[in-house]
Structures are given as C-alpha cells and as structure tokens.
Write a protein that binds this ligand. Structure first.
Ligand code: ADP
Ligand code: MG
Length: 697
C-alpha cells in the first residue's frame, strides 16, 4: 500500500504545485482568477501552460485534452499530443496559453437539443481554472466548459458555474446585512455519496440486457434476496476489497477525497462517500469517480453497474447529494452557532432553503428525472416522487415556536425571538434518522436523496443553487429596505415558515398515508419523467433561470428536448433488447427444453409400464402455454413499436413510451420470469439473479 499522504493529489496541478512552480506574480494572478473569477491575460496563460506541460511530461503525460461534460451526462475528451516539429527535424513538447484557454473539439455529435445545427457544428471549450488540471491515462486533462459559438452552454458545467455565481451574489447581500464584512465569497459545497453494484465480468458478458441497457430486463428472484439484511455494512469480500483499495488509491492520486467505502443493502451493492468540497469540483470528481469505478472493476474481472435499478426485487442505486454553503472564511452557513446573532443568520439561510424547496419542488423533481430513476422513486426503497423536507423534531419545534410566538423552552417560558435568543445545538444523531425523506436536514447540511446513481450531480445542484439564490434575493430585497433590521428579520422568518411549512414532513415518506396527505397539502406528485418534464419550461421556471442568468430560454428548451429524447431512446433500446432476447434466446431455450421433456415422456410411455408422467406432462403444458404467451406478447409489442406515430413531438413520444411501452415490458417480463422458474437450470440462456448477485467471491 502506497503512502497516502505522498500519493494524494500527486496527479493534480494543484495549489502547492502552482505555488512551487509558477513565478510569484503569475501565481498571484492565477489565485485571483481562481478565487474571484478574474480573467487571465494571454502572456500569463502562456507561462501557466508551459509550466503545466513540463509538470505533466515529468509525470508521464504525452497528450493533453480539454475535459468537458456534454449534455449526455458523461464526460468527453479529445486528445492532442504535445509534440511539435522543431527546426532540426526533431520534436519538441509544446503547449501554448491559447491551447490551454480555448479548444475546438468540433464535437458535432453531442446532443444540443437543436441549439446547433450540425452544419454550424463547432462548439468550443473554455478552461475552467477553478477546477484543477489533472493527469489521467498519460493525458493532461484540463477541466473546461463547452459552448456554442453563439455563447450558448452546451454542457453541464457552464450552468453550474453560473448558478454558483448567482447564489454567491445573493448570499453576499444577505451576509452584508448581518454585518459580515470580511467574507469575500460564498460557495456551495457538495459531498455526493455514490452507490453501485459489482458483478462478475463473465456473467455480465452473457447478458445482452446488461450489455445494452445496464440493467436486467428479465430475471426471476432467487430464493434469497436482501431480506436478511446481512450484506449491509457486512464484511467486504477479498475481491471487492482489492477493487476498493485500488479505486481509493487512484482517486487519491487525482486529489479526490474518497473517505468511506461500505457494503449497501442489496447483495453485491456498495457505496463510496467522499469528503465534501466546492460544488463544481465535487461534480468533476464524481464524474471521475464513476469513470474510475468502471475502469478499475474491469481490471479485477468485475463490472461496475451504475444503473439506478440493475435488478428487480432488490434496492436500486442512488446518489445522496449533501449540500451546504460555505464562506471564504470557512464558516458553514447551515451550522447552528453559539450566539443569538449566529443563529439569526442560520435561521435565515435555513428558511431560504425551505422556501426554495417549496417554490421549486417541480424543478427539483425534474432535476432527478430519468428513465432509470423512474424505477426507484416511490418504489419504497428510495424517496417518493413527492418532494418534501425533513427537518427533525428539534428544528421543527423551533420554527413552530417562532411562527406562533409560543414558548420554545417550557421551563424558561421564553418566547423565541430571532436574533435575540440562542438556539440549542442540534445533536447530529437526532436529525439523521429519517431515511425516507427526499430532502433532509442532517445537522449542518441538507441531503437531497432523490438523485439516481448514474446522473451527473450538476443538474440537481444548478436547481438547488438557483432556487436558494432566488429566496435569498427576495430576502435581501426586503431586508435592505427595512428600518429596524431585527424586527423585519423576525417578521420575514415568521412569514416564510407560515407560507412554506407545507413542504416540511417528518413522518414516513414510504407510507401510503403520506401520498394522501401530500395531495391535501397541494404538493406535487409527479410520478414519471414525462409527467414532470413539462414543468421544466413553465413560465415560473423560465423566469427563475432568466433572472439569475442560468439558462436562456433557448438553452432551457434544448435541455428539455434532450431529457425527453434521452428518455424515449432509453426505453426504445430496452424494448428492442427484450424482443431480441425473447426471440433469439428465451423462446428457443424453452422450446428446446420442452422438446427434451417430450422425448422423455414419449420414452416413458413407450415402456407400457403405466408410469406416472405428471411432471413431464404438467411442465410441457405450462411451458407451452407460457411460450405462446411470450410469443404473442412480444409480437404485439413489436407491432406497437413499429406502428408508433413517428411525427409526434418529443413530449408526446415520451408519453407514448411511458404509457404504451413500459407496461408491455413489465407484462412480457412476468411471463419470461415464470418460464425461467420452470426451465432446467442449464437450459436457461442467461446467468440467473442468484449467479449475478451472489456470484462475486
Ligand atoms: P454520515 O452520513 O455517514 O454520518 P456525514 O453526514 O458526515 O456522514 O457525511 C455524509 C456526506 O456528507 C459525506 O460525503 C460528507 O463529505 C458530506 N458533507 C458533510 N458536511 C458537508 C457540508 N458542509 N457540505 C456538503 N457536504 C457535506
Ligand atoms: Mg448520509
């Protein structure tokens, strides 16, 4: 095992490398760029590029790439080598400031939702100096934003940076009102907990559904699933341990703060949690983590499944987005403090989040919507599709006492006044018990739990940052005008609680009573992706994004279209894969096994010994009935797909897949799974659920 402190960040062009290698004035300018977003001039960029290249070459790099995050949700790179011909016919290693700052990947095949016709295909990438460059696979990777020539964002990083700027601006206004003069910036922080499955590579390769769609489309439950809870936090198997150790090491080299690794609820399911960091870096790091998980798993003869629902009948995988706000002084704004003053500020920020989650529940739901995540949300293993907040008893009763001018502390008979009284410290344990809430206060941060495991954390954080920026803006507008800050603040907080308490729910989010109660409260329950996507572009949300300069109307529209298309394409691929598997593997296997039984039956009967043939007879008739059923369903299914009206718009198409195709997939699956349970083990064409989930030793 390598020395952790030695390898940590060894492949990152970070603060200490810059300080050590850059000339003093260049380093200073670079710092300013990182902290305040100051533009770098080209001569400085040349110096930085050259230093970066020397450092990269010393560490084994031969190529460089602008590393970016197109709207597919994965990362993209196009490699160029550093080599340049020299006058003497040799080569020199070169990298200019211009190449560092801007690139033209000519990436015309990325989805742009109509933002860019392919004939004017060129987009360009622009360096994001706030996220450090790093070396991966002998390539210097420069984190970049990806835009069209018209300046429209074609990626997931640009809007995220814009949203961080928006919340910074509004949070600074609010902090000024509290007399915080030393703070120069406010950044949001994120720690995403990542769930995943590990299965044997050999078995993965034998399942077209896993290969094409990342999840199993068929598979009967084995006799044992997750009911014994014996996997959760259980001993980690040696193979998996080896994988985790190598993963940690590679992540540490990239400066990624991988902290805890443990087994999750479902068999073969695991989780990795990093230490939190600034949101855009956390986003980059989570993308890298997912990429490395997949690559390193292969080296260990395993496959890492990041799909939200690889297996029916056991838990799927999510990603918990722990979120908070941190000042340039290192203060966590969601940490309750020890003085009345600190607590007034804490309550203001908590109320801003409450208002944001209530006002923009639709957008938060949209931000986690995908075909894969539709299988989890509301399926009693992940939060429901209804967005609500858990605050814990203590914080809730504090808010109630403020709202109603009631005693908070019965003994002291004191009416809690914001900015006058000290709040009790919340014991962390008291706040983290409810695992069924989509959005929970966990002592000093909020945890948004509805995210699917595959998705980039960018989208949810864009929404969260922007929605909270909007609350803070409204607060600042009101408070800046106030004559008596203290009483204006008290009124504002009281009013916010009154208006938005309907979003607070501390009970069991998995229960049916909650669905009824939420409806009574007027909360949205948007069950599927096509249900929620139209909210993305409603007037209220267009206005929000325009106001804070996150998305123009065209940018928003393009994202809406891409989300719809991606939903429809996903279901279409799954449907075609199912039909393909049924026709080429399942039906022939069942038919072959029936033939074998029929032979046995004929043989037994020919002996004229009056033998009991009930197994053969029953099995033949049941399997024959099932194969006719499968055949008929698959045929009708195929016809429904080919008869689909190709002229429907993207919304209608997604609705068609949701309403007409998803149900057929489930019905077809039920018949196939029933057939699997009657067919001889060795005759079944695929590794079973038992093999997949308990196969890694
Ligand atoms: P656990 O949930 O296991 O008790 P924590 O609550 O400490 O552990 O952390 C869970 C995740 O939340 C970790 O990824 C951690 O880095 C992250 N986290 C902790 N504090 C913050 C914060 N202020 N902002 C964002 N994420 C945070
Ligand atoms: Mg947690």
């Amino acid at each position: 095992m390598a020395n952790v402190s030695e390898i940590f960040g060894s492949m990152v062009f970070n603060e200490s490398v810059m300080k050590q290698r850059l000339p003093k004035d260049v380093y200073k300018a670079m710092r300013k760029t990182i902290s305040d977003g100051k533009r770098l001039d080209i001569t400085l960029a040349n110096v930085i590029a050259n230093t970066m290249k020397d450092w990269a070459v010393e560490n084994g790099a031969t190529h460089f790439t602008h590393w970016f995050q197109p709207m597919t949700g994965i990362t993209a790179e196009k490699h160029d080598s550093f080599i340049s011909p020299s006058a003497e016919g040799n080569i020199i290693m070169e990298f200019s400031g211009k190449e560092l700052v801007q690139g033209e990947p000519d990436a015309s095949s990325f989805p742009s939702g109509g933002l860019r016709a392919t004939f004017e295909a060129r987009g360009y990438t622009a360096w994001d100096p706030t996220s450090y460059a790093f070396i991966k696979n002998n390539t210097l990777c420069i984190p970049t934003a990806f835009c069209s020539y018209g300046g429209e964002a074609l990626d997931k990083k640009t809007p995220l940076l814009r949203s961080m700027e928006a919340i910074n601006k509004q949070a600074m206004r609010v902090l000024k009102l509290f007399g915080n003069e030393r703070v120069t910036s406010v950044k949001t922080t994120v720690g995403p907990e990542q769930e995943y499955f590990l299965i044997e590579r050999e078995m993965f390769d034998k399942r077209p559904d896993l290969v094409y769609t990342g999840r199993t489309l068929f598979g009967a439950m084995p006799p044992k699933g997750q009911e014994m809870d014996d996997h959760y936090f259980g001993t980690i198997k040696t193979r998996v341990k080896g994988f985790m150790a190598e993963l940690d090491e590679e992540l540490w080299k990239l400066g990624i703060l991988a902290k805890t690794e443990h087994n999750e609820v479902a068999p073969a399911q695991h989780e990795l949690a990093p230490i939190f960091t600034t949101t855009n870096i956390a986003t980059d790091h989570n993308q890298l983590t997912m990429e490395l998980m997949q690559r390193i798993a292969k080296k260990h003869g395993l496959v890492c499944l990041l799909h939200e629902k690889p297996f029916e009948g056991v838990n799927g995988s999510g990603k918990h987005n722990n979120w908070s706000l941190s000042t340039s002084e290192g203060t966590n704004l969601l940490e309750p403090g020890d003085t009345p003053h600190e607590n007034a500020q804490f309550l203001t920020f908590v109320c801003a989040v409450i208002k944001a989650v209530d006002d923009y529940q639709d957008l938060l739901r949209v931000s986690v919507a995908s075909a894969g995540n539709d299988h989890r949300l509301g399926a009693n293993e992940a939060p429901p599709a209804i967005i609500s907040m858990f605050l814990g008893e203590e914080l809730t009763s504090i808010l109630e006492s403020i709202e109603n001018d009631k005693d908070y502390d019965a003994k002291e008979k004191s009416i809690l006044k914001v900015g006058v009284h000290v709040l009790p410290r919340f014991a962390k344990d008291a706040t983290d018990r409810n695992r069924t809430s989509p959005f929970a206060f966990t002592g000093n941060k909020f945890e948004f739990r509805s995210l699917g495991s595959t998705a980039s954390v960018s989208g949810p954080n864009v929404v969260l940052n922007t929605a909270v920026a909007q609350s803070l803006k409204e607060f600042a507008d009101e408070l800046e005008k106030a004559e008596d800050f203290g009483s204006a603040l008290h009124d504002l907080i009281k009013r916010t609680i009154k208006e938005h308490k309907k979003i607070i729910f501390n009970g069991n989010g998995y229960g049916d009573e909650w669905i009824a109660e939420a409806e009574k409260r007027g909360l949205l329950n948007l069950k599927t992706t096509p249900d929620c996507l139209p909210y993305y572009i409603n007037e209220k949300n267009k206005k929000l994004f325009a106001e804070h300069k996150i998305y123009t109307e065209t940018e928003l529209r393009s994202r809406y279209e891409i989300k719809l298309e991606s939903y429809s394409k996903t279901i279409n691929i799954e449907a075609l894969t199912m039909i393909d598997m049924v026709n080429k593997d399942v039906l022939p296997a069942v038919s072959g096994f029936v033939g074998k039984l029929a032979k046995t039956l004929a043989c037994k009967q020919s002996l004229n010994l009056e033998l009991d043939c009930s197994y053969e007879e029953d099995c033949i008739s049941e399997l024959s009935a099932l194969s006719s059923e499968i055949h008929t369903k698959a045929f009708a299914f195929k016809k429904a797909l080919s008869d689909m009206d190709k002229n429907m718009d993207a919304q209608k198409t997604a609705e068609f897949y949701c309403n007409e195709i998803v149900g057929r997939m489930e019905a077809l699956r039920a018949s196939v799974d029933a057939a699997e349970q009657l067919t001889e083990r060795s005759a079944w064409p695929y590794p079973s659920y038992g093999d997949l989930m308990f196969g890694v030793r």
